[in-house]
Design a protein around this ligand. Structure first.
Ligand SMILES: NC(=O)c1ccc[n+]([C@@H]2O[C@H](COP(=O)([O-])OP(=O)(O)OC[C@H]3O[C@@H](n4cnc5c(N)ncnc54)[C@H](OP(=O)(O)O)[C@@H]3O)[C@@H](O)[C@H]2O)c1
Length: 264
């Protein structure tokens, strides 16, 4: 299937690792002109990718990212708000409502909601001026299945989902589509890095990081496929939603969750 992305301008946040890196590669392979926003650069980006060094905890950063896309390529057709997860310095999982104080909630919402609000506020007028565009916001199953694990994170991503739907309604007539992708547990740096989620769970289950990834997470989180999600599986869905081939899909949510969510 030709995704008809050749020459389209895509902005991807959280682009240096994990899901974001897979999205950058996939969109670039499909011929898109990609502006990649993250604090650090990735050695593995395709040649033509333009990196904007941006710390999305800085309220001024989103506008600079969009301005750079306009300066380099004349506009924005696709915005992928992928940056999110534990704010800098935090490791998941954090268990229990009482573990997080105001400062924790504020930085969680700053990273996972307000940076997305600001990216969209900067990009939407540019998209409207161009006749439309596609926004893909990366959520999480914890937005739809709350639990004692990462309470503040689930709440922030639920707000992202709500806002995405609202924007899809308000701007649909101006050619903007807005959708969310909802990953289940996905094998990225969040899990694999030293001190990351697999190490945290390994300590509480009394087992190795490798066993957490191969067995504990699939069993404990009810993954019907029996394995964690691959970053490429998220990137493929993002690319489809960014493409005009999904032109009638807006306000929707694509769960790529290995069967984590059980509701109809
Ligand atoms: N992995 C999962 O199991 C899972 C499940 C559900 C949802 N998700 C969602 O999927 C998205 C991507 O997650 P991931 O697992 O791929 O994460 P990851 O591997 O930790 O990558 C995070 C990306 O965000 C960037 N980033 C971190 N802090 C930043 C900041 N302050 N400003 C700008 N960029 C920043 C990082 O680059 P720099 O360090 O270079 O800035 C990196 O490129 C997130 O929204 C997450 O909530 C993940």
């Amino acid at each position: 299937m030709d995704l008809q992305l050749s020459g389209r301008v895509a902005v991807v946040t959280g682009a240096s690792r994990g899901i974001g890196l897979a999205v950058v590669r996939t969109l670039a392979e499909e011929g898109a002109l990609v502006v990649a926003a993250s604090r650090t650069a990735a050695a593995q980006w395709p040649d033509k990718v333009v990196h904007v060094a941006a710390d999305l905890m800085d309220p001024e950063a989103p506008a600079r990212v969009v301005e750079r896309a306009v300066a380099e390529f004349g506009g924005v057709d696709i915005l992928v708000n992928n940056a999110g997860g534990p704010p800098p310095g935090v490791e998941f999982p954090r268990v229990g409502f009482m573990t997080c104080g105001d400062a924790d909630w504020q930085e969680m919402f700053e990273f996972n909601l307000f940076s997305v609000v600001r990216m969209m506020r900067a990009a939407v007028p540019v998209m409207v001026a161009r006749g439309g565009g596609s926004i893909v916001n990366v959520s999480t199953v914890q937005a739809k299945q709350p639990s004692a694990m990462n309470v503040d994170y689930g709440a922030a991503k639920a707000a992202v989902r709500n806002m995405t739907k609202a924007v899809s309604q308000e701007y649909g007539a101006q050619g903007i589509r807005a959708n969310t992708v909802t990953p289940g547990p996905t094998l990225s740096d969040v899990w694999t890095r030293k001190g990351g989620a697999a190490d945290v769970l390994g300590a509480s289950y009394g087992t190795s990081k490798e066993d957490v990834i191969a067995r504990v997470v699939p069993e404990a989180q009810g993954l019907i496929t029996g394995r964690m999600v691959d970053v490429q599986e998220i990137a493929d869905a993002v690319a489809l939603l960014g493409s005009p081939r999904s032109g009638s899909t807006t306000g929707a949510d694509f769960a790529i969750d290995a069967g984590f969510l059980k509701e109809m």
